[in-house]
Design a protein around this ligand. Structure first.
Ligand code: FES
Ligand SMILES: [Fe+2]
Length: 353
């Protein structure tokens, strides 16, 4: 990776070399395209007639017309300006309509940049990294192999990816921020001492499986003996797996940087409770309400013109501190051209929440 890009990566806080959840798969119908911005790069996602998905640069190599304004026939993209046609699989230009028949110019010299894209468990993931890099597996939720989420919500946060991701593992804030009546009653007055074990895993850490003593209301739907484990991975993906004696559920949360100052937070809930299907709109409303409380925090913070450097104090802030250390190690490993070495150790944390 070139040095200039490396420096900008360290400065803008957006990590290249990862899969990012771009949009819910339901936003991408066969034969259609969908523009997105990921890590400051304008992309065009598409779904071919056969259902497969792709992602290309949303900028025509001829004069830079955004490809979103062109057409797509389910296989080939055509720019709206001079009509150049591009294959959706490798981005190769196949036709320059204005060339005379005896012109020797080979259209294949020109191509749209392509990005690896996958449709997994109801979401479209795009790999943003060096061109030609070999991406690893897409993050998946356990136990819902081919299923789409029952509830999916995306909200744009007016902040960088760190602040948006911190909300996934900051146990000091829910009692004060997530105060909806459906979630917990008067939580600030009911803080309880918690003890949780953690261990490093991959490019992140895992809160070890534990039994839920006194569940928040939605968890009671899974039955008795509810167990939870939570995995956090760079660049900002949280997968919570909750299993009761009757049903199980997973919550996937992903923070996807749009630019250095805007982040899409995706929140997907998967469950195995068949009779809950008619309540999906209610669950979706609850998820939006919950997410909006975090968005408001981001809005208020970024509205502070004299925002100080953040403090990470004691065990309640340990996970946020770990996330920052993981990011730092990731950047250092890339800069030094060596393998990532997870800097965390197994540990038990105590806090009140
Ligand atoms: S700008 Fe796309 S064909 Fe000219
Ligand atoms: Fe939150």
């Amino acid at each position: 990776m070139d040095e200039r890009r490396m420096r900008s990566e360290a400065a803008d806080g957006m990590l290249r070399g990862f899969w990012y959840l771009a949009v819910s798969a339901r936003n991408l119908k066969p034969g259609r395209t969908h523009p997105v911005t990921l890590l400051g790069e304008a992309l065009l996602l598409g779904r071919r007639a056969d259902g497969s998905v792709f992602a290309v640069s949303d900028s025509c190599p001829h004069r830079g017309m955004p490809m979103r304004h062109g057409s797509f026939d389910g296989q080939v993209l055509r720019c709206c300006y001079h009509g150049w046609a591009f294959r959706s699989d490798d981005g190769c230009c196949t036709e320059i309509p204005s060339l005379a028949p005896n012109d020797r110019t080979d259209p294949a010299r020109f191509r749209l940049r392509t990005y690896p894209a996958r449709d997994v468990q109801g979401n479209i993931w795009v790999y943003v990294g060096a061109a030609g890099a070999e991406p690893g597996p897409v993050p998946t939720v356990p136990g819902f192999e081919k299923e789409a989420p029952q509830v999916t919500t995306t909200m744009r946060f007016p902040c960088g990816v760190d602040l948006a991701a911190w909300g996934f593992f900051d146990p000091g804030h829910p009692a004060f921020v997530h105060t909806s009546r459906w979630w917990k009653k008067d939580p600030a007055s009911r803080l309880r001492l918690k003890e949780k074990g953690f261990e490093p895993e991959g490019m992140g850490f895992r809160m070890l499986r534990h039994h839920l003593k006194e569940g928040a209301n939605p968890y009671r739907l899974l039955g008795h003996n509810v167990r939870i484990d939570i995995g956090i991975q760079l660049p900002g993906v949280r997968i919570e797996h909750i299993e009761g004696d009757r049903h199980s559920a997973c919550v996937l949360a992903a923070a996807t940087p749009v630019t250095a100052t805007e982040t899409d937070v995706h929140y997907c809930v998967y469950w195995t409770i068949p009779w809950l299907a008619p309540l999906r709109p209610v669950a979706a409303w609850m998820a939006r309400d919950f997410l909006n409380q975090d968005r408001e925090v981001a809005e208020r913070l970024t509205g502070n013109p004299a925002l100080p450097a953040p403090l990470f104090v004691g065990d309640p802030d340990a996970q946020v501190r770990w996330y920052q250390r993981l990011k730092k190690e990731y950047l250092a490993a890339r800069e030094e051209g060596r393998a990532f070495n997870n800097p965390l150790r197994a540990q038990t944390l105590h806090w009140r929440s």
